[in-house]
Design a protein around this ligand. Sequence first.
Ligand SMILES: *Cc1c(COP(=O)(O)O)cnc(C)c1O
Length: 384
Amino acid sequence: MTTWTLECSACDPVRTREADGFPDVCEVCGSPYLVRYATLPSPEARAHLGARRWTMWRYDGWLPLRDGEHPVTLGEGGTPLLKVERVAARQGFDQLWVKDEGTNPTGSFKARGLAAAVTRAALAGAKEFVVPTAGNAGIALAAYATRAGASARVYAPATTPRPILDQIRAFGADLTLLDGHIGDCGIAARLHAADTGAIDVSTLREPYRIEGKKTLGLELAEQLGWTLPDAIVYPTGGGTGLIGMWKAFQELHQSGWLRGPLPRMYTVQASGCAPVVQAFESGAERCTPWPDPTTVAAGLRVPAPLGDRLMLRALRESGGGAVAVSDEALAAAAHELQVAEGIDASPEGGAALSGAVALKNRGVLRPEQRIVLFNTGAGWLYRT
Ligand SMILES: *Cc1c(COP(=O)(O)O)cnc(C)c1O
């Protein structure tokens, strides 16, 4: 029987609360709550995974799902981990993989988080949802809310690529475009939630999207035969992927499913919006909001992430780092993954490759290391 409580990620001493209803941020300090499980799966449970379907719910013992509860699912997770030998040879790496999250339902890794959050909210009786998005979270909410028999309202920047907006509408969501960035959309979403009682599933305003994103790390470990790479290079916006994976690796260690060192976690951002890189380099614990954020990598256009403290902690605890790349470099790298490997990389996926090359050129990553890049979404969604 999976049971859990919620722990504030910032209050000292740690504040906990029961996981009833559908939680918001910490009532005292406004920081994100994280899920803390009473027990984790036993080391023996690993051997029983084999026969289960390749979706993220094969790890249901690690997820906020009680016995007898059914997830809201479109078959998310179970994405390929692809060795990219041509790109590796060209760029001077020995062992380079891409985890291709563009193959998820709804075209991005956002499916994992929204499947988990919509599942918990639907079990708590939610019928209406709202999310601010740079794009892909809007598609995922639209699809998963529909799958749960509920409705969705999405606030997105007017600059969001057209195919993404078409997909949000295709799944029947009520879409409002705003002149501004995801932070402006977040304000509108909170007002809408306060007015209507709709459930706000903004990044880290609730604790369950992180749990869905955790399956990125669980799946990666299983695909590498229960080992972990030396380094993970991840395109970062709101930070759910980075924070989720770091939580997964720590829980895998605690449970005895894994031994050995954890990977160094590296964040890649676009040079037109790099608050995490700036905070990491200046030694700060929190980000300074980035003025006038601009980048074609819509998912990275997050000027003031709510999870900044947790991201910076994961980067530092893991011995990793952060790097910014230009829009030209990330677009060229996405193109390289497309034409050299047949992987339909999004601009964010291109940022991961471009960032890895930049880190290697600085001598931070070494050619002989085992390195995993994340292509977080499908490239076609950006083709306007
Ligand atoms: C949302 C998004 C990101 C950033 O995600 P976080 O894990 O929240 O930092 C990166 N790439 C794509 C394609 C996205 O949709």
